[in-house]
Design a protein around this ligand. Structure first.
Ligand SMILES: [Zn+2]
Length: 71
């Protein structure tokens, strides 16, 4: 398996145990959010957590773009 390649991992929701598919690693380096909330199915995510994922992903994406532009 290539290191750094993003794949789909089958796992179980940390809260209800429902089978879910998640990315093997986070997009754009939002690793903390991915570790904390990546293993939870959408039915178990609260609106607050949903919002945190969205904001965290956006911020990480913006940071990645800013880094790319600076090079
Ligand atoms: Zn769940």
């Amino acid at each position: 398996m290539n290191k750094g390649k993003i794949g789909i991992v089958k796992t179980a929701c940390q809260r209800c145990g429902a089978p879910i598919s998640m990315l093997s690693r986070s997009l754009f380096g939002a690793d903390d959010l991915h570790a904390e909330l990546g293993g939870i199915c959408s039915a178990c995510l609260t609106p607050e957590e949903d919002r945190r994922i969205l904001e965290g992903t956006m911020q990480a994406a913006l940071a990645a773009i800013a880094e790319a532009v600076a090079e």
